[in-house]
Every structure is written in C-alpha cells, then in structure tokens.
Design a protein around this ligand. Structure first.
Ligand code: 6MZ
Length: 347
C-alpha cells in the first residue's frame, strides 16, 4: 500500500519531457498487442526490463525491435498512443512532450506521414475525451537511419509544424548512440533549427560521443537528453560543461533507464547530482516507462530518496520543468497557475 510519502509524488502535478512512444507502452497494453498478433510468438517478458534486472544498452535496442513488430499499423499506433497519454495523465502528468520515430510498414500500408497523423489523432481524441493533460509531439530522427532519412524527416516535420495547430513543436535525435556520427546529421538538424523547430538531442549517452557533443552544441540544442558523459568526472570536459552552463540548456535525466541500461553504475552515481549541485536546470523524465517498468512519480521519489531532496525541493523541480518545456509562453503561464492551485498544503 502507498504510504503518505509515496502519495506526495503521485499527487503533485508533473511535466514529462522525455518519453519515447514505443518505449512507454505499459504491460497491460503490451498484452493486448501480443493477443492481436499471436503468430509473432512474442512473450511480454521480452518487452520489459523488470526490477533488479539490468541489460546492456545494445540489448535495450533489441527490445525496441521486438516492440516495433507488435506496433506496426495505424490501429496499433492509435491504441498505444492513447493509452500512453492516459497513463501519464493518471500519474499526475499535466504536460507531456511525447516523441516517436515515424516508420513505414509495407505489410500494413503504413506511411511515415500516416504514422505522425495517427499520433496526432490520438492526442486529439484524448483532448476531446477530457483527459487532463496537454500533449505536444516531437518527431524523432533515429540516428541509425543516416543523413538522407534525417533530412526527409525534418521536411515532414516542417509540414506538420505548420498544420498541427502547434502540437508538433520540435525534433528529437535518438537511437543507438554507438551507431553513426552526429556530424553527418548536422545539415538536417541545422535546417530544423532554422525552420523554428525546437531541438531535443540525445547527447553523450555513451562515453565515445565527446567530439560529437562538441559539434552538436554549436547548433545549439534547446534541450539535452541524458548527457551522461558530458562532465569532466565522466570523461567529458570543462569546456562542454561551460558551454552548456552559459547557454543554460536543460538536461532531461532518466535515472532508472540509465541504471537498467548500465550506462550509470548505480543510482547514487547518477550525474543528476553533478548538475543539480551546479543549479543547472534538470528535468526528471522516464525515457521508456514500459521497457524500464517505471513512471514519473517513481522517478521523482527515487531521485528524492537517493539524493536526500526535501519535498519542497521536489516541488521546485516539477515547477522548473514547465520552463524547460517547448510549450508556448501562454501555456507555460497557465501551467504555472495550475501548479499554484495544486500545491499540496503540507508544503
Ligand atoms: C536512445 C532511445 C532510447 O521512436 O519507436 N530510444 N534512443 N537512447 C535511449 N535510451 C534507452 N530509448 C528509446 O520509440 C522507440 C525508439 O526510441 C529511441 C530508439 O530509437 C527506439 O527505437 P519510438 O516511439
């Protein structure tokens, strides 16, 4: 049963800024997908990394391939996106930036454009049904697919930026960090930036990305995903930290993901501490709540217990996340107002 302290993390309003759609599929939804496609012979134990389990990052990327087999039609995407949004709302998330890589699937006739339209339809339906959450969408570039696909994705995203009533706000760069080099993707990322798309880029998720991070920082990105190896103690450099600090680029930090994926040895060694002590904007996020069996309340609680944060400090983190979002100014103000109304009396 939840203790009063557990309830605090569930009850406070939260902002989620780093959530990959197909990594966020819950166990219950996964069971439905598996039942729809019995011929694939997939077991739900193969789509999640449970408590106490660890995988290498390479193994995590194998898990995504399995999930992609299960989510390959418009119908699947609509169901998955709606349930993910509803689950975030049920966990007290009031503003969500969801990200996903558009895929085409010859088998089901799915195109990349339809993929994005279907995610937007799910967001629209949740709004119509009164789900208490504001959702924005970041189109993801999977680095594994190279520069041409990246450029194609940026052009597609530009179309949606104009036609989606402000729901499509930016571009994400993600995928297996050991594959490809960011320098090849710079023209696409530069173009996205020039068109007014916000950039949320995975950076230095593995140690070998120092040079790439230097290049990407010159864009510069609007937010950094993970950034595990940017600081000197992790093999990064003072110059990287200085640039990020000067530009005040928020970091999206995902503790459970990093520990389960073994890029961070234990919770107490997480780079949250380094950046938090420097008073740098840090946003707690889930990354892949389905694959890593977590939710945002749990990430807040874990961070508070690992680093001894007071409830007031946790509240400040959740409030600060509003300002790190890509929401337009008027929505940020509305959210700040909402936070004031929802502030627990015990604070
Ligand atoms: C980098 C990740 C990731 O796009 O099909 N993704 N990329 N690092 C991570 N850390 C664990 N977790 C997820 O969601 C799944 C895709 O998100 C990216 C990968 O490209 C993965 O295939 P979508 O909705």
């Amino acid at each position: 049963m939840d203790t009063e302290a557990d309830l605090f993390y569930r009850q406070i309003p939260k902002v989620e800024l780093h959530a990959h759609l197909n990594g966020s599929v819950s166990f219950a939804t996964m069971e439905k997908l598996i039942a729809r496609k019995p011929h694939l012979n997939i077991e739900s134990s193969g789509t999640a990394i449970r408590s106490g389990q660890r995988r290498t990052l390479a193994e995590c990327f194998e898990v995504f391939k399995v999930i992609h087999q299960l989510v390959d039609s418009e119908e699947d995407i609509l169901m998955v996106a709606k349930s993910v949004i509803e689950e975030f709302a049920a966990d007290g998330v009031k503003y969500l930036e969801l990200r996903s890589t558009p895929r085409e699937e010859a088998k089901t006739g799915l195109s990349k454009r339809r993929y994005i339209e279907t995610v937007l339809e799910a967001i629209h339906q949740c709004k119509q049904e009164g789900v208490d959450i504001d959702v924005r969408f970041l189109v993801a570039v999977d680095r594994r697919n190279g520069p041409e696909v990246a450029m194609e994705t940026v052009k597609l995203t530009e179309d949606f930026m104009l036609s989606s009533d402000g729901v499509v706000v930016g571009l994400d760069l993600s995928g297996d960090p050991t594959v490809g080099h960011g320098k090849d993707l710079l023209p696409a990322l530069q173009r996205a930036r020039n068109s007014g798309l916000k950039l949320a880029l995975h950076m230095s998720e593995v140690p070998s990305q120092k040079e790439e991070s230097e290049l990407l920082l010159d864009l510069p990105p609007d937010r950094i995903g993970h950034g595990t190896f940017l600081h000197p103690e992790a093999g990064g450099s003072d110059s990287l930290v200085d640039k990020i600090s000067k530009l005040n680029i928020p970091l999206e930090l995902c503790l459970t993901s990093n520990v389960k994926g073994q890029t961070v040895p234990s919770y107490d060694k997480h780079h949250f501490q380094y950046w938090y002590e420097r008073q740098h904007p840090c946003v707690l996020c889930t990354d892949d709540k389905g694959v890593f069996c977590t939710d945002l309340s749990q990430e807040y609680q874990l961070t508070a217990s690992t680093f001894g944060l007071s409830q007031e400090a946790v509240w400040s983190l959740s409030l600060q996340a509003i300002h790190c979002s890509f929401a337009p100014e008027a929505l940020k103000q509305k959210l700040v107002q909402r936070w004031a109304e929802l502030r627990p009396h015990i604070l």
